[in-house]
Design a protein around this ligand. Structure first.
Ligand SMILES: [Zn+2]
Ligand SMILES: [Zn+2]
Length: 375
């Protein structure tokens, strides 16, 4: 694996910026005009679920009206990243959760907004998407994901680390520049909590690992989209979203990104890119989707790392909206037969340049830490 140097910068407003790859000179970072404000979490006592309240997020910039490099804050030279880079992670200027949250007082059950919100910039190329990244860019991005996952899971207070991408305006992305995000949470929200319970119940009542069971059921089924030696790529048995695809590790013990062996890294990248390209081929370039990782929560040996894609289209022109029934009850309505969704995705021919070991990277920390200065 090639070394990928990580340079740690300190933003004048206190946020951390990690520059991966080469870094020329001393970068100048523009101080943030906003603070975290009065972010906090409130408990809905009717459901027992926490809600993160972050009023400042409504002032986030939108580059949609002039969607080009000149207006983009995360292009090289933009207000957020005023220097050349290969891949960058920085703490969100408009976070819902922070490492050092402000104290909170309210007439009701509340907790501080403890956690992390990071932005992962995949490449300095504005006009690209995850599926269009070169093998070198993909290998670099995976090394960045592994680095961040390792570091954020290593914080005891973090109970869940979620890497994700909201792709497209319909998915809530305010920037079109190819990027994803990472949230670290100090508690386990309802859905991951239900999955943890399901794994524990299976171990107790049936014996064995529920993740292994899912892999065995999916592998070779008619819902497979594109299997490879390390990952099962298929439409799940009960998908909530039309054309939903899960990319799940086969090997027991592969619970988190940092567990990936070299050949598994290659297979993962090929699988993820294949799904992204198939969506564009099925529903047109720029098809909006949500992409999330499911890494093993703390103390969960029975867990297979997975990436889940939730596309926001039912057809080329019809959107899938999470409407009343889904939102009010959690019962999802899916009007695409999973077996037919898999067949449609499987039948598509996509151009997939080979990814090899020569494209993989291993992150190394730069010896000297940079102290960025305001211009
Ligand atoms: Zn850009
Ligand atoms: Zn297993």
């Amino acid at each position: 694996m090639k070394p990928l140097v990580r340079h740690d910068l300190a933003h004048p407003d206190g946020r951390r910026v990690f520059v991966y790859g080469s870094l020329a000179g001393e970068p100048e970072l523009v101080p943030s005009e906003t603070s975290t404000g009065d972010i906090h979490c409130r408990l809905d006592i009717l459901t027992g679920d926490w809600v993160a309240i972050s009023p400042k997020r409504n002032v986030r910039p939108l580059d949609r009206e002039r969607d080009d490099e000149r207006a983009c804050p995360i292009c090289p030279g933009g207000v957020e990243l005023p220097f050349a880079y290969e891949a960058v992670v920085f703490e969100n200027r408009y976070p819902s959760l922070v490492a050092d949250p402000p104290p909170v007082e309210a007439a009701g059950p509340v907790r501080t907004a403890l956690g992390r919100c990071e932005v992962v910039v995949y490449t300095q190329r504005h006009a690209a998407s995850f599926g269009e990244l070169t093998p070198v860019e993909l290998g670099r991005l995976l090394a960045v994901w592994i680095d961040r996952s390792l570091e954020l899971w290593a914080v005891d207070r973090h109970e869940l680390v979620l890497l994700f991408e909201n792709r497209g305006a319909e998915a809530g992305a305010t920037l079109s520049h190819p990027h994803g995000q990472i949230y670290a949470l100090d508690h386990v929200p309802p859905l991951p909590s239900a999955k943890i319970d399901a794994h524990r119940r299976h171990r107790k009542r049936v014996g064995g690992c529920l993740g292994c069971e899912v892999v065995a059921r999916e592998s070779g089924s008619e819902r497979i989209v594109a299997e490879n030696r390390s990952f099962v790529v298929g439409v799940p048995f009960a998908p909530r979203w039309p054309y939903e695809v899960h990319v799940r590790g086969r090997r027991h013990g592969l619970g988190r990104l940092a567990d990936l062996e070299e050949h598994e890294q290659i297979d993962l990248l090929a699988a993820l890119r294949g799904v992204a390209l198939r969506y564009d081929a099925l529903h047109g370039a720029g098809t909006p989707y949500l992409l999330v990782t499911q890494e093993a929560p703390r103390g969960q040996p029975d867990w297979h790392v997975a990436f889940e894609f939730y596309p926001l289209r039912r057809t080329r022109t019809a959107s899938k909206i999470r409407a009343s029934v889904e939102t009010a009850t959690g019962l999802f309505l899916n009007d695409v037969l999973p077996e037919e969704a898999a067949a449609a995705l499987r039948a598509l021919a996509v151009d997939e340049p080979p990814i090899g070991g020569e494209h993989l990277h291993r992150v190394e920390r730069a010896v000297r830490e940079h102290q960025a200065v305001a211009p």
